[in-house]
Design a protein around this ligand. Structure first.
Ligand SMILES: NC(=O)c1ccc[n+]([C@@H]2O[C@H](COP(=O)([O-])OP(=O)(O)OC[C@H]3O[C@@H](n4cnc5c(N)ncnc54)[C@H](OP(=O)(O)O)[C@@H]3O)[C@@H](O)[C@H]2O)c1
Length: 262
């Protein structure tokens, strides 16, 4: 079977994507930034599923290291799928935005994914069937939210890359993106531990609950598979309906109550 590369595969959505890809038969390279033990925990699970796997250290703010990783993994594994999952939040209001930190964030969330697609494009497109790239963006790139300007911009840039690279790399490689809403990972564990904030989040979500990482992994694996053979350039929300809702003042939460009592 072919190899997939998942950045930030040590935890959260990346670990869930790695497990879902392995369930579909992929051997998986997972990268991590500092949590080697967690990454090895994921590769142990992949091995137990009968897959080959590898945990590799990769700091996405070091673009020279990202390019070197792409060269090595391209030659050694010739991957069929790339999941640009790793990313960092940047929860600063405009007045607190530090431009050097913002520049680093764009390197991690936008330029490193670009460098990986660039470095792996030939390998991804060298198989009998088209290769696949799945970029992990965020619903925040589609709608404003306080203190998210830099993060939203870094993710919205991934939408431009997804669409243009889908055209540029066709027909050898399909390129899609997923837009998670609020899923239970370490990234928002602090906010979700505050019951008031967790309730406020649930009220904005038509499905009425926080998502599970496996619910993102399933869509990522679908996009990487032959089942999505005619899907490219798509931006797919995994958000329990957040982007579908028009939240007019005074109506929040009421439509779900109305549905439940209907
Ligand atoms: N969870 C959500 O609700 C949600 C919503 C919208 C979008 N997203 C996006 O989904 C992706 C995954 O999020 P998550 O919630 O799973 O996050 P997470 O639980 O914080 O995990 C982040 C993963 O990325 C790695 N990573 C972080 N910064 C890195 C860097 N500078 N260089 C290399 N690796 C780095 C981490 O490695 P270590 O373990 O070694 O630190 C870890 O594997 C991110 O792009 C995030 O923006 C998540």
């Amino acid at each position: 079977m072919a190899w997939a590369v998942v950045t930030g595969g040590s935890r959260g959505l990346g670990a869930a994507a790695a497990l879902a890809l392995a369930a579909d038969g992929f051997d998986v390279v997972v990268t991590y930034r500092e949590n080697r033990e967690a990454a090895l925990g994921v590769t142990e699970k992949l091995t137990a599923m009968g897959r080959e796997s590898l945990a590799v250290h990769l700091a996405l703010d070091d673009l020279a290291a990202v390019e070197a990783f792409a060269r090595e993994v391209s030659a050694a594994r010739r991957p069929l799928a790339l999941v640009n999952n790793a990313g960092e939040p940047f929860p600063e209001g405009l007045g607190d935005v530090d431009l050097a930190a913002a520049e680093r964030l764009v390197r991690v969330n936008t330029l490193a994914p670009l460098a990986l697609v660039k470095g792996l494009a030939d390998a991804l497109g060298s198989h009998e069937r088209p290769g696949a790239v799945v970029n992990v963006s965020s619903v925040v790139a589609r709608g404003g939210s306080n203190g998210s300007s830099v993060y939203a911009a870094s993710k919205a840039a991934l939408h431009g890359l997804t669409r243009t690279l889908a055209v540029e790399l066709a027909p050898r490689v399909r390129v899609n993106a997923v837009l998670p809403g609020v899923l239970a990972t370490d990234m928002n564990a602090g906010a979700l531990a505050d019951e008031r904030r967790a309730r406020a989040a649930r009220e904005l979500i038509p499905l009425g609950r926080i998502g599970e990482p496996s619910e993102c992994g399933a869509v990522v694996a679908f996009l990487a598979s032959e089942r999505a053979s005619y899907v490219t350039g798509a931006l797919i929300p995994i958000d329990g309906g957040v982007l579908a809702r028009l939240a007019l003042p005074g109506r929040r939460g009421r439509d779900r109550e109305a549905n439940e009592s209907a």
